[in-house]
Write a protein that binds this ligand. Sequence first.
Ligand code: NAP
Length: 346
Amino acid sequence: MARSVSDSARILQLARTSRDVVAIAMGEIGLPARVLALREGSALAYGPVAAATAPGQIPLRDLKALYRAHELTRATRVYGVIGNPVGHSLSPLLHNTGYIAARRDAVYVPFLVENLKDFLKALPDFGVRGFSVTLPHKGKIFAHLDEVEPLAEKIGAVNTVTVRKDGSLYGSNTDYVGVLRALEKKMKLRGSRVAIYGAGGSARAAAFALAQAGAHMFVCARRPEMARKLAKAAGGEAVPRSALRTQEFDALLNATPIGMFPQEKVSPLAASELNCTLVMDLIYRPIRTKLLRLAASRKVACVSGVEMFLAQGFAQWEHWMGGKAPEPIMRNAVLRALKNEENTRW
Ligand code: NAP
């Protein structure tokens, strides 16, 4: 039972010692080592033919078709996502689907990380070349990086780390790219008026992205001092909630978790506050939130948070793989998974 990433690394080391060893790291923390044990020399891997019966088990179909555990070699480039929790992350599906479609010798695994230092120490054992960073590590990772992209520094969050050949770590932020690409498909940002509801981590990425793209950016939050702080840092204006009823905007972004599963029947804003031509909800569970349904009923254009999720993942691909990702196939895989989730829930 792996209780830390370094426990998993010890299991991988064991697999390397002899051909007569079956090395299986148990528990959710052990999942990446389950995927990588065969390439390290484990004689067998275990994958249940039906659903998993214990934490960290990977159904045989996914072990073979998604992670390709039986085909990985020491030359395979390893990527992953670190977070706590990390079990619901769609990033392994997104990236592995892309690697398979583009015939890249790479694999992407979810690392349940409680202790950052413990994970970073184990990077060489797993041969990790890059990783996505999700909550609660997006801010804490800074202390461990050798170099940070200037905009990520300003935003105060890193969601993408590249492990360079010499082992040094370079941090960047593709969440802001995600917001920009999702919006730019639908509107011209330069000179437009865009309001953000919320002033947390993703609002911060959105605010800097919008300011960089030349939009007039407005921040509205339940704690006005947080809106003022973010607006000042990113070069926008803080507005009170009443402004959403009295002013018009080209776009309005929800950067709060209100409306996210299991609270999918709630909207952060009322229909009378959607005085804009486009609404983007950063939430993607569900794909079509109550807010987006309200917007559609007012003939306002809608952008789901899944567009941001996909775009930030494509940008990560460009960092790590170089060139353009096979976007349509990756998009379809994620949309299908989200729709399946929704069908089984409701
Ligand atoms: P966060 O850092 O915790 O910020 C949440 C913001 O929402 C804060 O300003 C918070 O205000 C506000 N808020 C929370 N509950 C509220 C309520 N009941 N009424 C009014 N405001 C409320 O969270 P985050 O990381 O920015 O994430 C926000 C949402 O974006 C999440 O649903 C997340 O899933 C989504 N997201 C999506 C993507 C994507 O790729 N599509 C990426 C990142 C995040 P206080 O500070 O006053 O609590």
